[in-house]
Design a protein around this ligand. Structure first.
Ligand SMILES: [Ca+2]
Length: 205
């Protein structure tokens, strides 16, 4: 009995933090803490998966711009978009078999419109454009699309002033789609289109 009474307490020098309890000299931790002294907090981001470039902080997803929701899976609709460049990627070599101009190629320029309103009419045109080349137009300032879910129209013309310009072809498009992410390059090339374009765009939320 005497020996037993003198036995050292194995928990005498053991400190258990964060609500842990010492049992036989070892800490029994609670609330997800771990470590010899229950000093290591639980990894609250374990098992939290944040999509679309989001990252976990304190167990909660912090989403990148344009995304929301508990795991950043939902897109935030942009309030507007901007077109920073328009590339003409193809156009017909002839006007129904005849040349666009009497003795030379088409002098191309695009026009962007929304409904019946012209939003941008290229101030410059490319003389004698070659149908096997691509042509870049850079609006300055960039074109604001204030209604990204509306249908816009981009058309290509052959400059013929003082005669009326010839319409060469065009594409209808809706700039923003709630399920396609936020691409910065948009190809406007529906099958069968005589004239096709490639846009570079940015988003404003
Ligand atoms: Ca012309």
């Amino acid at each position: 009995m005497l020996l037993s009474a003198c036995k050292k307490d194995p928990c005498k020098n053991t400190v258990c933090l964060n609500g842990g309890a010492c049992v036989d000299g070892s800490c029994l931790c609670t609330n997800g803490y771990s470590g010899a002294n229950c000093q290591t907090p639980p990894n609250v981001c374990a098992g939290v998966s944040c999509l679309n470039g989001g990252s976990c902080a304190n167990g909660v997803c912090v989403c990148t711009e344009g995304y929301t929701g508990s795991n950043c899976s939902q897109q935030v609709s942009p309030t507007s978009m901007r077109i920073t460049s328009i590339t003409v990627t193809s156009f017909p070599a002839t006007d129904g078999g005849a040349g666009w101009d009497l003795t030379s190629g088409a002098d191309i320029f695009p026009i962007l419109s929304l409904g019946g309103t012209t939003l941008w009419n290229s101030p410059n045109y490319v003389t004698n454009a070659n149908p096997s080349n691509e042509y870049l137009f850079t609006p300055s300032p960039s074109i604001v699309l204030s209604s990204p879910t509306s249908q816009y129209t981009l058309r290509l013309y052959d400059y013929d002033s003082p005669s009326p310009d010839d319409y060469m072809g065009g594409v209808n498009f809706t700039p923003y789609n709630s399920t396609s992410g936020f691409p910065t390059t948009i190809n406007l090339a529906p099958s069968g289109a005589a004239v096709t374009f490639r846009l570079t765009v940015s988003y404003v939320w």
